[in-house]
Design a protein around this ligand. Structure first.
Ligand code: URA
Length: 186
């Protein structure tokens, strides 16, 4: 079964498939261009995202915008989403059952978008999307190819907030992502 963007959003809005639906203020659907070649997948909405119902509007969103800007990208031309659509209280790591309950929404988004490049932001996304044993410190910036799509991962903006030396590393990864877009003639 494949849904339209509107239908996916409606399902996310009314979802009660896991207990996070009882603690969230607002679910956070992905945002950006529905024609984007590049899809960013992060972990889960933070506190400000939970209040506003939008991805990356808090402090890590500022880091993300800065990284994108440094590499000549902006949010309007990409699509940004999360593994979980609801905020885990206290920003704790998503539980396996939450990730599995939410995964169909990410599948529907990916199916509709058909991105040519998927960028996982952080370990949680990389381990769910690329490989369960993905090591972000060693494997960030490496590429995997799957069905007409190039996949990579870099540091989550909140990891950069904790350790600013990761900014330049993530920036180099994003510059490679832009180069990959050129290489793929996108
Ligand atoms: N952190 C995430 O992983 N996603 C957001 O949308 C915001 C912060």
């Amino acid at each position: 079964m494949q849904y339209t963007w509107k239908e996916i959003e409606q399902h996310v809005e009314s979802c009660t498939h896991c207990p996070l639906s009882r603690t969230r203020h607002q679910p956070v659907m992905g945002r950006g261009s529905h024609q984007a070649d590049i899809m960013l997948i992060a972990e889960a909405p933070g506190g400000q995202e939970d209040q506003q119902g939008l991805p990356f509007v808090g402090p890590s969103g500022k880091i993300l915008d800065s990284l994108l800007g440094d590499c000549g990208l902006d949010r309007e031309e990409i699509y940004i989403t999360n593994i979980l659509k609801c905020h885990p209280p206290g920003n704790r790591e998503p539980r396996v059952e939450e990730k599995e309950a939410c995964f169909p929404y990410l599948k529907y988004e990916t199916f509709l978008l058909t991105p040519k490049i998927i960028v996982c932001l952080g370990r949680v996304a990389a381990q769910r999307i690329i490989s369960p044993d993905f090591k972000i410190t060693r494997q960030h910036g490496t590429w995997t190819y799957r069905k007409n799509c190039a996949l990579t991962a870099t540091y989550h903006p909140s990891a950069i907030l904790r350790d600013s030396s990761k900014y330049e590393i993530a920036k180099r990864d994003f510059l490679e992502i832009v180069a990959k877009r050129t290489e793929l003639n996108l």
